[in-house]
Design a protein. Structure first.
Length: 74
């Protein structure tokens, strides 16, 4: 609690949120990239399954694998 009191006394209430905007800018851009890559990987995997004569649906494990692959694109 001592740190919070120090920040409040030196910078005011806004000091508690210093760096928030830049942090959100980084996180939002990362999430957009991650979700876009997930959709692309998922679409490619479904296309591959259909080409092999399987259903064009993903199981939970296949969707998790697509998420793992898309999460590795940084």
């Amino acid at each position: 609690m001592g740190v919070v009191k120090k920040i409040l006394s030196e910078k005011g209430f806004g000091g508690l949120y210093q760096g928030y905007v830049s942090n959100m800018g980084r996180d939002v851009s990362f999430r957009v990239l991650q979700m876009t890559s997930f959709e692309l990987v998922k679409k490619g995997f479904i296309k591959w399954k259909v080409k092999k004569g399987q259903k064009g649906e993903l199981s939970s494990i296949e969707a998790a694998a697509c998420g793992a692959v898309s999460g590795s694109f940084r």
